[in-house]
Design a protein around this ligand. Structure first.
Ligand code: 5AD
Ligand code: SF4
Length: 455
């Protein structure tokens, strides 16, 4: 009998990829997905622990699901297994069940290949009238990828491919080294096997994923080490991928070889997400970022030399402990100097177990919000200006999803901008779905563009 699986994904693209792999393994157990938690035999929350807000959202969702389960129990309808996976599960472990007894299973990001087994045990225990209380927060990563390699490939034309996971950088604000574990690069053969499946399925755009993707150093069976740059070069040679992207990169790992391929390989898209977090040398040092502002700017200068039209994106944290008005001003100065195509910015959030959370010179919350508002105003202005520069240009757009209105498709420009196209009728839209088509950009909004066929 088929069972139903409901998965909610929080946080980063790595979680989106992991969710797809969980759907894969559970499909082999006879599970199909549902978008209604009430219909599900198994509910998985694939959680994020990066900032307090993301983690708290999980607890409020569990609260809502508890009410749903109470209603199910009253009606005597089916008993759903409630599982919390991902980074909150890794960081808080059995504590989640103590705080929320309704949770049946807790499992960390490196255990997804054991999900079928855990789910079977949980259902078995439920049948016997027991509360499952299964916890698996093992952090050893090596078995996971072998067991979870791309099984089913969705018919989409864009795909993520995780090549690296975890992080050894230990930025003083960040939970990732604790929730995802140490840096791990998948072997060259494993990556190529998955890339081959995506290629055979007709994927046109692949995004190589890793928490520190440019630290990739996968080994091949012959004992050769593959850098990210060499891997991209190889993928461009042997696959039909029209677009190759990678994220997220650390400024300290932007090698000359990686910078160079942006000028040499047509498939390597002119977009780079390169988080700097702050414009103050004092703060990036306290963050343990292993680079300076000058070295970050030099990397950007070098990459613009080989690819002048590169669109830059970044991450910023405001209100890190010890950040003065002058430090924040340096962030604003850096932002003005770089001129970002788009960026993400956050108020510093104290994460339990990270060094900076224990420091005394925390910044007051109203100061954090004021700084965030000022920074976001500038970043939004830059994004709008970048978008406006696209008007009148013709660019290839990969039409990957349907829009809100009938006959509308949405795609991405080479620079990662969302492009909306109204085809006027559903038939023409259907013909162009999943295609890489030249579009003339006719207008720009703060977060997206409008395009039309070139004539
Ligand atoms: N507080 C605020 N933002 C954070 N990030 C990571 N940890 C924290 C934290 N404790 C941000 C960084 C990182 C992005 C993924 O999330 O900017 O690059
Ligand atoms: Fe976190 Fe820093 Fe590693 Fe990025 S480089 S995942 S911010 S510790």
């Amino acid at each position: 009998m088929t069972k139903k699986l409901y998965i909610k994904t929080y946080g980063c693209q790595m979680n989106v990829y992991d969710t797809e792999r969980m759907v894969d393994v559970m499909a082999h157990e006879g599970y199909t997905t549902t978008d209604k938690p009430d219909d599900a035999d198994l509910i998985v929350l694939n959680t994020c622990h990066i900032r307090e807000k993301a983690a708290e959202k999980v607890y409020s969702d569990i609260g809502r699901l508890r009410v749903m389960k109470q209603k199910q129990a009253k009606k005597g309808s089916k008993e759903t297994i409630l599982a919390v996976g991902g980074c909150v599960a890794q960081a808080e472990g059995a504590e989640i069940q103590r705080r929320m007894p309704v949770v049946d299973m807790v499992f960390g990001p490196q255990t997804y290949h054991r999900l079928p087994d855990m789910a079977r045990r949980a259902h078995e225990l439920k049948k016997q009238g027991e509360h499952p209380r299964i916890v698996d927060t093992d952090l050893s990563v090596s078995e996971k990828f072998a067991a979870l390699s791309q099984k089913t490939v969705t018919p989409k034309k864009t795909a993520f491919l995780t090549i690296q996971e975890g992080c050894d950088k230990f930025c003083t604000y960040c939970v990732v080294p604790y929730t995802r574990g140490g840096e791990f690069s998948r072997s060259f053969e494993d990556v190529m096997k998955d890339a081959g499946k995506l290629n055979d399925a007709g994927v046109l755009e692949v995004t190589l994923l890793g928490q520190n993707v440019n630290a990739y150093h996968g080994m091949s069976a012959g004992g050769k080490e593959w850098s990210l740059a060499r891997l991209i070069r190889h993928l461009a040679d042997v696959t039909d991928f029209k677009r190759i992207r990678y994220t997220t990169s650390h400024p300290g790992d932007m090698t000359d070889e990686l910078i160079a391929i942006h000028g040499e390989i047509e498939q390597c898209m002119p977009y780079l997400h390169l988080p700097v977090q702050s414009g103050s040398d004092k703060i990036v040092k306290a963050m343990n970022r292993h680079h300076t502002i000058a070295s970050y700017l030099k990397t950007i200068e070098d990459i613009r030399k080989v690819r002048p039209d590169i669109a830059l994106s970044g991450d910023f944290i405001v209100g890190f402990p010890g950040e003065s008005d002058a430090d924040f001003e340096e962030t604003m100065k850096l932002v003005r100097e770089v001129n970002y195509a788009q960026a993400y910015s956050f108020m510093y959030s104290e994460r339990p177990g990270t060094p900076a959370a224990a420091w005394e010179d925390q910044v007051e919350s109203h100061v954090k919000s004021e700084r965030l508002a000022e920074l976001q105003e500038e970043l939004n202005r830059q994004q709008r200006a970048f978008n406006e520069l696209s008007v009148g240009k013709v660019m290839p757009v990969l039409l990957e999803r349907t829009g809100k209105q009938a006959g509308q498709l949405v795609g991405r420009s080479p620079y990662m901008q969302a492009v909306h196209v109204d085809f006027g009728n559903g038939e023409t839209a259907a013909q162009n779905f999943g295609k890489l088509v030249d579009m003339k950009i006719i207008s720009a909004g703060p977060r997206s563009l409008k395009g039309e066929f070139t004539t």
